[in-house]
Ligand binder design. Structure first.
Ligand SMILES: *[C@@H]1O[C@H](CO)[C@@H](O)[C@H](O)[C@H]1NC(C)=O
Ligand SMILES: *[C@@H]1O[C@H](CO)[C@@H](O)[C@H](O)[C@H]1NC(C)=O
Length: 392
């Protein structure tokens, strides 16, 4: 079995040499080509589900999967139609190996085993092979084009806001929901989720911290092969590291530490905010550790707010649209000014400005992890603030 896996892996890696991304999206889904097109703003409520870590991984996601089943199958098909056959075969082999490995397993599971059992449970409800769910979960993380902002607002509180832009926006819009995660009766965190996907891109742990992910372009041709290799050898995928952090970290500093250091399958930007002045960081991650940590600074005229799109802030970006999106965001944030910035105008006057809001934007989320009971009735999460805007 190990020999087969290894052979498949070598094939994937050698294919990776000829293909930068490994997975091709159909042209109509490429966000960068749509970046200048704004959309009519029609926001929708996101459906809401509870997820319980103390439930068996194979049944943990049942409710959202049943609810979104027909929409998930559309997205699965689009992704599968566009991945190289070799990748599909590889995940088939990997799923057989995991099936064998997790047989009769119980007690405390490693992340890789737990993920597999979750994907297995999801595939049973969808009526498709487990490796298709594994493969689409793997593929999702390669294409999260985003804008994330951490700022001090007019009350001196930390505010964290993000747009999620995604190539498959037409069908992903129908997969967006809000999840509250619990363990043994205790509420842990809230997240904006995509049904069928078990990683976390946007989340808040009330009274502690908020986090978002932006994709960081993989430059090496071997990228996808290395991602897979690290995936198998137990590195966290960025979105499963976010989930792990939200589940276990108890403070902003602890979250920042985990997000900076744990081994990852792929480079990524991790944006984290806390509850006190100067608690905000954009961590530019390499697979093995932080390439750069950029901190918000209350006493700086430039860095009282920090913005991340999809380029390293210390180099000239390509594609240029990533930088334009960040510049537009800065321009509008400075127009509002820190004496006026609040949880509403960061949406209407920044996130929903054309270019920052574009055809690929699926949702905006605004988070304030600090508990300020009394301020936030419609978005109350134990007294902290979390609001989703889903676009159609
Ligand atoms: C999304 O859902 C709406 C409402 O059910 C439907 O009209 C639309 O066709 C769906 N879009 C896609 C791309 O599946
Ligand atoms: C943060 O900066 C603002 C504006 O310069 C200032 O009024 C405030 O006192 C500062 N807060 C802290 C905790 O330093």
């Amino acid at each position: 079995m190990k020999a087969i896996l290894f052979a498949l892996l070598l094939l994937c890696v050698s294919q990776g040499r000829h293909q930068t991304r490994g997975i091709q999206m159909p042209n109509e889904y490429i966000v960068k080509d749509l970046i200048h097109e704004s959309v009519g703003i029609e926001t929708l409520e996101t459906p809401h589900f509870n997820i319980y870590f103390n439930h068996n991984p194979t049944t943990r996601w049942d409710h959202p999967i049943m609810y979104f089943k027909s929409h998930i199958l559309v997205v699965q098909k689009t992704i599968l139609d566009n991945v190289p056959g070799i990748l599909e075969k590889f995940f088939w082999g990997f799923s057989k190996f995991m099936e064998f490995r997790t047989q009769g397993m119980n007690g405390k599971l490693s992340l890789i085993d737990e993920n597999f059992l979750e994907h297995k449970g999801i595939s049973e409800i969808l009526g498709i092979p487990t490796h298709h769910v594994m493969l689409t979960n793997f593929a999702y993380e390669l294409f999260a084009y985003c804008t994330s902002i951490v700022a001090h607002d007019k009350n001196g509180e930390i505010i964290h806001a993000r747009n999620m832009d995604y190539p498959l926006y037409q069908s992903m819009q129908n997969l967006t929901y809000t999840a509250d995660f619990f363990d043994n009766g205790e509420f842990l965190f809230r997240s904006t989720m995509f049904a069928g996907y078990t990683g976390v891109f946007t989340a808040m742990k009330p009274g502690k911290f908020a986090i978002s992910i932006n994709e960081r372009h993989t430059k090496t041709a071997m990228g996808i092969g290395v991602n897979i290799l690290r995936f198998i050898t137990g590195s966290y995928s960025p979105a499963s590291l976010l989930k792990h952090t939200c589940r276990y970290a108890q403070s902003y500093n602890e979250a920042k530490e985990i997000l900076s250091k744990y081994p990852l399958t792929a480079p990524v930007y991790l944006i984290v905010s806390g509850t006190e002045v100067d608690q905000g960081a954009i961590i530019s991650r390499d697979r093995s550790g932080a390439a750069d940590i950029w901190l918000i600074n209350n006493h700086s005229t430039a860095d009282w707010v920090i913005v991340q799109t999809n380029y390293d802030h210390w180099i000239k970006p390509s594609p240029a649209s990533d930088k334009e999106r960040a510049n537009t965001a800065y321009h509008h944030l400075k127009n509002i000014g820190r004496s006026e910035l609040d949880k509403e105008n960061i949406v209407t006057d920044v996130l929903q400005i054309p270019q920052i809001l574009n055809r690929g934007t699926i949702y905006s989320t605004v988070m304030q992890a600090k508990i300020t009971t009394g301020h936030s009735t419609d978005v109350d999460v134990g007294g902290a603030y979390f609001k989703n805007y889903r676009y159609q």
